[in-house]
Design a protein around this ligand. Structure first.
Ligand code: FAD
Length: 401
C-alpha cells in the first residue's frame, strides 16, 4: 500500500533539520546573500560557521553508508532533508547536496588508490566544513548538448590524452560548476575520443589540488548566492590511471543518466523548499497586514493565491516522493525524476513570483525575504540542464521505452 506516513526516525531527522534551517541556515543564507563580493562571502566567518554547524550535525554525510562512517539515510530521507534545508537557504542547501560527490565515489574505490581512503576518512570526520566535492562537466561551449549522443562533431573541448600510463588533461570547465571554487575533490568529465562524440567522454575522480589545476573567481550571480560556483582550469594536469572512474562509451551515458536521476530529484526538492519558504512567509504576512479594514488574507485575491501556492507545492512534492521512492526501491526512472524536477522548479518560479505579489510593494524590498526566494528559484530552472532541455531528454527517453 502507498503510504505518506514517515517512520519516527525520519520525522525526528526532519524536525531537527527544520530547526537547524530556521535558526542557522536562514540567517546565514540571508547574510551571505547580502555580501556583494562572492569571494568575501565564501571566506566570511558566517560561511565558515554555518558549514561547520551543518557538518557537525552530519548533513554532509547523510547519504553515505554507515560502514564508512556516514549516516546511511535512505534516498527518501535525503529528499526530505534537502527540502527542509532549502526552506532555510537553497544556496547553502545546494552546497551540502554536492559536497559528498567524491566521498560517495571514494566509498566504493577505497582500494584503488590511497587518495580515496584518506579523502573518505577526512570527509566523514570533518566537523569544520572544509571538504567538499564538485561535478565538473559543463564547458563554456558545451552545456545543453551533454546528452547529444551519436554525433562525432559534438564533443567536449577539454581533453584527456594518454601519455604512458597517465592521462594529461587540458582545457576548462564553465563558471557554473557548483562548489567549483571551494571543492577539494572533483568528478571530472572530459573528451578522450572525439570520434565517439559526447560518448568519447572519460570520467575521473581526482583531488582538487593536482598540479596544473586553477580556479576562476567565484561567480557573482542573481540567486543561490550561498553556493560557490567557478571555472576550473586544467593546464597539463597529469592524472594516474587509478583515478579513471569510467571509460568512454556507453559508461558515460549510463553515468550521466544516473547522476541525472538522483540530481534532478534533489534539485526538485530544493525547488519545493524555496517555494515553501516563500509561501510560509506570505501566509504569515497576509495574516498580519491590514488593508481596506481587513487582514489581506481575507481578500479573495490573496486567499486564492495562497491556496494555489499550497496545492502546487503539495503536488510537486508528491511527484518528487514518487521519484525518490523509485530510486529507494532500486527502480530509478529518469523521466520521472525529470518530470519531478521540471515541475517543481517551474512551480517554484510561479509560486515565489505570486508570493512577492502577496507582499505588494513590500515584496520587492530587501526588508523581507521573498525577493530572495524569487531570485533563488530562477537558478533551479537552469541547474544541471535547462528545464527545456531536461524536458526534451525526458520526452525522448519515454518514446524509447
Ligand atoms: C545553479 C546552477 C548550478 C550548476 N551546477 C553545475 C555543476 O555542478 N556542474 C556543471 O558542470 N555544471 C553546472 N551547471 C551548469 C548547467 O548544467 C548549465 O548551465 C546548463 O546545462 C545550460 O548550459 P549553458 O549555461 O551553457 O546554456 P546553453 O546551453 O548556452 O543554453 C542557452 C539557451 O539555449 C537553449 N538551448 C541550448 N541548446 C538547445 C537545443 N539543442 N535545443 C533547444 N534549445 C537549446 C537552452 O534551453 C537555453 O535556454 C549549473 C548551472 C546552474 C544555473
Amino acid at each position: 500500500m502507498v503510504s505518506f506516513t514517515l517512520p519516527e526516525e525520519v520525522e525526528r531527522i526532519r524536525d531537527m533539520t527544520r530547526d537547524f534551517a530556521r535558526t542557522e541556515i536562514r540567517p546565514a543564507g540571508a547574510e551571505i546573500d547580502r555580501i556583494s563580493d562572492p569571494e568575501a562571502a565564501y571566506t566570511s566567518d558566517r560561511m565558515r560557521k554555518v558549514l561547520a554547524g551543518a557538518y557537525e550535525l552530519g548533513f554532509h554525510k547523510l547519504g553515505l553508508p554507515k560502514e564508512v562512517g556516514g549516516v546511511g539515510a535512505p534516498e527518501m530521507t535525503s529528499i526530505i532533508v534537502q527540502e527542509e534545508l532549502a526552506v532555510g537557504d537553497a544556496g547553502l542547501a545546494s552546497h551540502l547536496l554536492v559536497a559528498p560527490m567524491i566521498a560517495g565515489i571514494s566509498a566504493g574505490a577505497k582500494d584503488r588508490h590511497p587518495f580515496y581512503k584518506e579523502y573518505l576518512e577526512a570527509f566523514v570526520e570533518d566537523t569544520k566544513g572544509v571538504h567538499s566535492g564538485a561535478w565538473a562537466v559543463t564547458e563554456p561551449h558545451h552545456g545543453s548538448d551533454l546528452f547529444q549522443f551519436g554525433q562525432p562533431d559534438i564533443h567536449m573541448e577539454a581533453t584527456a590524452t594518454k601519455d604512458g600510463d597517465e592521462y594529461v588533461v587540458n582545457g576548462q570547465k564553465s563558471a557554473f560548476v557548483s562548489n567549483g571554487w571551494m571543492a577539494d575533490a572533483i568528478l571530472l568529465m572530459v573528451n578522450h575520443d572525439p570520434s565517439q562524440g559526447m560518448e568519447g567522454t572519460i570520467t575521473f575522480a581526482i583531488p582538487g589540488n593536482l598540479p596544473g589545476i586553477t580556479r576562476g573567481k567565484p561567480l557573482n550571480k542573481l540567486g543561490l548566492r550561498g553556493l560557490n560556483q567557478a571555472e576550473i582550469y586544467f593546464d597539463n594536469v597529469r592524472i594516474p590511471p587509478e583515478f579513471v572512474m569510467l571509460p568512454p562509451g556507453a559508461a558515460y551515458r549510463m553515468m550521466l543518466e544516473r547522476i541525472g536521476t538522483g540530481g534532478n530529484t534533489a534539485v526538485g526538492a530544493l525547488a519545493v523548499g524555496v517555494a515553501r519558504a516563500a509561501y510560509e512567509e506570505a501566509l504569515a504576512y497576509a495574516k498580519e497586514r491590514v488593508q481596506g479594514g481587513r487582514r489581506i488574507c481575507e481578500h479573495d485575491t490573496v486567499k486564492l493565491k495562497l491556496f494555489d501556492a499550497y496545492r502546487q507545492i503539495e503536488a510537486a512534492r508528491a511527484l518528487l516522493w514518487k521519484s525518490s521512492w523509485l530510486i529507494s526501491t532500486g527502480r530509478p526512472h529518469l523521466p520521472t525524476a525529470m518530470a519531478a524536477r521540471t515541475m517543481a522548479s517551474d512551480m517554484a518560479m510561479r509560486v515565489t513570483a505570486e508570493m512577492v505579489q502577496v507582499f505588494g510593494g513590500y515584496g520587492i524590498s530587501k526588508e523581507h525575504p521573498v525577493e530572495k526566494f524569487y531570485r533563488d528559484a530562477k537558478l533551479l530552472q537552469i541547474m544541471d540542464g535547462t528545464n527545456e532541455l531536461v524536458s526534451l531528454k525526458a520526452a525522448d527517453q519515454l518514446l524509447a521505452e
